[in-house]
Design a binder for this molecule. Structure first.
Ligand SMILES: C[S@@+](CC[C@H](N)C(=O)[O-])C[C@H]1O[C@@H](n2cnc3c(N)ncnc32)[C@H](O)[C@@H]1O
Length: 325
């Protein structure tokens, strides 16, 4: 089991240190006392990765770059591929480990490219990424200059994918805790920028989620909210009868204007809708590193502008807002 000690060692020398005791208590219940059935296999695959410290890395490129091909001998290349393949499916990326491209289901770099021009500079900031998945965007945040990045996500598969990167770069100021946003201590008020991307519609109570994000921000801090949206006015919200694009856990999808209204209603300021994009079958697709069904299987073959349930096809909006002082 991953100890998470790297986070606590760093937090204890940072303003986040005052929350360590509360976080340790929550993690005991949510993580350390729960043994996932696949844990032994993930552990084995993580242990398989060669123990090499690369001299070169780059978090500021489309594929997060870790090392160069010449850093490993042929046996180590084999071990690397075995370990990474054991952590299939790779959904969020891409990554390039010592020359091997992990072509993930999602081109998460496209989302980054859409949002990056609208961010306040991340340089020197303490950043929280709620629902960070494999942590791909956390590495991009560090690449953009953030001095401390914490990603949280309850998915343990993603935790192991994150540590497949961290294994090679233990000193990077990027950390991951297997938590939900509802598990964060109340009113942390210490993050300069908080991202919540792809989480809002998974929450039964979206306003609670937005309040949690606001509570984590420092006064004047910036919130980046990315969510599925539907066409419509500020009063339009889709509550799927059952599944949406085959996803079971979608509770409600607002229009972009409704999401903006929700942010204003919880007291956020300077709310801006900075991007609305239809997800293409090039952005989310099956690859050698994600062999399960993907977007094209979830759209109506006769009418790809609808999901197979007959709803508007996945479209995503990015909103930026500021917490008042
Ligand atoms: C659609 S993925 C988005 C991943 C990444 N943020 C991105 O934009 O590519 C949603 C992620 O949110 C996580 N998640 C779901 N509910 C959550 C919650 N209450 N708190 C934090 N993360 C959550 C899921 O485990 C999943 O990894």
């Amino acid at each position: 089991m991953i100890s998470l000690d790297d986070y606590f060692a760093a937090a204890d020398t940072h303003r986040l240190g005052r929350f360590s005791e509360a976080l340790r208590t929550t993690l005991k219940k949510r993580y350390f006392q729960k043994i996932h059935g696949d844990l032994a296999s993930w552990e084995e695959h993580l242990q398989t990765l060669p123990g090499v410290r690369p001299a070169h890395w780059n978090f500021d490129s489309s594929a997060i770059e870790i090392g160069e091909p010449s850093d490993l001998n042929p046996a180590q290349h084999q071990l690397l591929l075995k370990g990474l393949q054991g952590l299939h499916p790779w959904r969020k990326g891409p990554f390039r480990f010592f020359g091997h491209l992990i072509d993930t289901e999602w081109r998460s770099d496209w989302k980054w490219d859409r949002l990056a021009p609208h961010l306040s500079p991340l340089s020197g900031r303490t950043v929280l990424d709620v629902g960070c998945g494999s942590g791909y965007h956390c590495w991009r945040m560090a690449g953009a200059g953030a001095s401390f990045v914490l990603g949280i996500d309850p998915s343990l598969k993603f935790l192991y994918q994150f540590y497949a990167v961290k294994h090679f770069l233990p000193d990077a100021p990027v950390y991951y805790l297997p938590l939900r946003s509802e598990d964060l201590p109340l009113n942390m008020g210490c993050f300069d920028t908080v991202f919540s991307m792809g989480v809002l519609y998974h929450r039964k109570s979206p306003f609670e989620h937005l309040e949690e994000l606001k509570a984590a921000l420092s006064p004047g801090g910036e919130l980046v909210l990315e969510t599925l949206v539907v066409p419509g006015t500020a009063e339009t919200v889709l509550t799927p009868l059952d599944r949406y694009a085959q996803m079971r856990n979608v509770w409600c999808i607002p229009s972009a204007e409704a999401a903006a209204l929700w942010l204003r209603k919880i007291g956020m300021m300077d709310v801006r809708i900075v991007d609305i994009s239809v997800t293409s079958r090039e952005e989310q697709r099956r690859t050698d590193w994600m062999k399960f069904l993907s977007l094209s299987d979830f759209l109506d073959p006769e009418c790809p502008s609808r999901t197979i349930e007959g709803y508007p096809a996945p479209t995503r909006a990015i909103l930026v807002a500021r917490k008042p002082y």
